[in-house]
Design a protein around this ligand. Structure first.
Ligand SMILES: Nc1ncnc2c1ncn2[C@@H]1O[C@H](COP(=O)(O)OP(=O)(O)O)[C@@H](O)[C@H]1O
Ligand SMILES: [Mg+2]
Length: 508
């Protein structure tokens, strides 16, 4: 993690940012102070020639990241979902990052398969196509199984990609630490935490067994969803670096002419794609977090097919109920209730003013509901809502940001299918059904039954637990002796020195 090689890497990164004009964009986005600006630019300027030039047709930030390679492209894509970190302007710029790279060779692909699956290539497949898609982490081939003749999709990780990412991520950590040291103000944006989150996401995507598990869980949840398909995983032909799924053929959902030619009802598709997503988020608490047009197709029978389960979102049941109530409050324009829900859930600190918060929520809701039906957007409602709640002291939560970002994407897909769609009308029944199921009397009974079940499990131990509690109540333990102030301070000082020392050592 340490060492001069990271400095060299970062100089190349800095030089590329400088050469493409992205340095200023990045420093602006992070509100960098003068010390950081001067240090960075002075360090990098003499090495400018070392930087990549990139594709001059692109805007500066995506141009630099694309030139720097897969880890940077991925990092940029992640940051595009975090306007709370990089600001709105840079987030929008980064959204154009395309995850496409030249494929690796067929020979490499075959070697990977044999090594991973432990069987010779010819034993497994009778046909194996050139890659049908190639991105920064993996590429996909179409193949036919030797034993049954069925068509499958085989996704294979890029050779050496783990090591390449490891190196770049180490350099990112190094940079995050350097930024925290040079610009204490930047700590507000928690650069180290952003990198840790990135590492978690990417390392997850670099283990295809996790994607296979996600696909299987998603398929099980959505089995009963009419008009929706998730290709089945072939577990015996899947491993860490190779994933095999049933081949699922379809028309690209982003090409209206092709959909029309195939006789699909685009209005019905638009409604379905939005309702499916809402159901997955609310009903299952498990949703596809990357629902752009490249990951969706329409089967000949009209079913929507989803691919690519590298990024999934999970929302716990409590949060889902809270947000269902919040959305329901907005539907009824009951802004006081929406405000109260935030306070009850502890999302907004108790010392904030409820009435002022309710007024801010009205300012979110009214303009949106006053819009022409074809422009109403739930994603926009969530975006504005999160802006307001953040202003009132609510902590940013990555799963909700992913939800809101995906909602933006899904609404985009739906509107491209049916530009006149009334998103609110389509969404309303899903939200209302969920409310009825999750907050109404039926749900209360279900919760009580669950509680009773848990208590029943403790049944045999309850008398003992009660007795212990009563004994403890009657014999309170002695108060801990207050530590002398001076001793406490010296412990704190020693801790500080140790942590600081360790930090400096890792920095060197
Ligand atoms: N089971 C499948 N059947 C047919 N085509 C598939 C299947 N899985 C993937 N593909 C094709 O390969 C493309 C890339 O696969 P995807 O899983 O999205 O990879 P990446 O994570 O690199 O985006 C998809 O957009 C789709 O066109
Ligand atoms: Mg994809």
């Amino acid at each position: 993690m340490r060492g001069p090689h990271n400095i060299i890497r970062l100089i190349r990164t800095g030089a590329t940012l400088e050469r493409t004009g992205a340095m200023k964009v990045v420093l602006d986005a992070f509100d960098a102070g003068p010390l950081l600006r001067i240090t960075f630019r002075a360090l990098v300027w003499p090495f400018r020639w070392l930087g990549y030039q990139g594709d001059i047709a692109m805007p500066p930030a995506p141009r630099a990241l694309t030139a720097l390679g897969p880890a940077y492209i991925k990092f940029g894509q992640l940051l595009s979902t975090r306007p709370d970190v990089v600001g709105d302007e840079l987030a929008v710029q980064l959204r154009v990052l395309q995850d496409k790279l030249p494929p690796f060779s067929m020979k490499e692909a075959k070697i990977q398969i044999q090594r991973e699956l432990g069987l010779s290539f010819d034993q497994l497949f009778t046909s194996f196509s050139e890659p049908v898609a190639a991105a920064s982490l993996a590429q996909v081939h179409k193949a036919h199984l030797a034993d049954t003749g069925e068509a499958v999709a085989v996704k294979i990780l890029r050779p050496g990609i783990e090591r390449a990412f490891r190196k770049d991520i180490d350099a990112f950590y190094f940079a995050a630490r350097a930024i925290e040291v040079l610009s204490p103000a930047s700590r507000r944006l928690r650069p180290m935490e952003v990198i840790t989150h990135f590492e978690g996401v990417v390392m997850g995507e670099l283990d295809l067994r996790l994607e296979s598990a996600a696909a299987a869980e998603f398929a099980a949840n959505t089995e009963g969803d009419a008009g929706f398909q998730v290709p089945q995983i072939r577990w015996h032909l899947s491993s860490r670096r190779v994933m095999t799924l049933d081949w699922a053929e379809g028309t690209n959902i982003g090409i209206n002419d092709a959909l029309d030619a195939a006789g699909h009802d685009r209005r019905a598709l638009a409604t379905r794609v939005l309702q499916l997503f809402l159901n997955h988020a609310l009903r299952d608490g498990y949703f596809h977090g990357d629902m752009h047009q490249g990951n969706l197709k329409v089967a000949a029978n009209g079913d929507i097919i989803a691919y690519d389960f590298g990024i999934m979102g999970r929302i716990d049941e409590y949060t889902r109920r809270v947000y269902a109530e919040i959305l329901f409050g907005f539907i009824r324009k009951d802004y006081n209730r929406v405000a109260e829900v935030h306070f009850e859930a502890g999302y907004v600190p108790a010392d904030r003013d409820v009435d002022e918060f309710a007024r801010a929520l009205r300012a979110v809701g009214e303009p949106i509901f006053g819009m022409d039906a074809s422009r109403i957007s739930m994603a926009r409602l969530l975006t504005y809502l999160f802006e307001v709640t953040e202003r009132f002291g609510m902590e940013t939560r990555t799963e909700l940001i992913l939800l809101q970002r995906t909602m933006v994407v899904v609404e985009g897909v739906a509107r491209s299918l049916d530009p006149h769609m009334n998103i609110w009308q389509v969404a309303k029944p899903v939200v209302e059904d969920y409310i009825k199921e999750s907050i109404g009397p039926k749900a209360l009974l279900r919760d009580l039954a669950k509680t009773a079940q848990v208590l029943a499990r403790f049944g045999p131990r309850l008398p003992r637990l009660a007795e212990d509690a009563l004994i403890r109540l009657n014999n309170p333990p002695p108060e801990p002796k207050p530590q002398r102030r001076i001793a406490r301070l010296s412990w704190m000082a020693l801790g500080g020195v140790l942590v600081g020392g360790a930090w400096i050592i890792t920095l060197l």
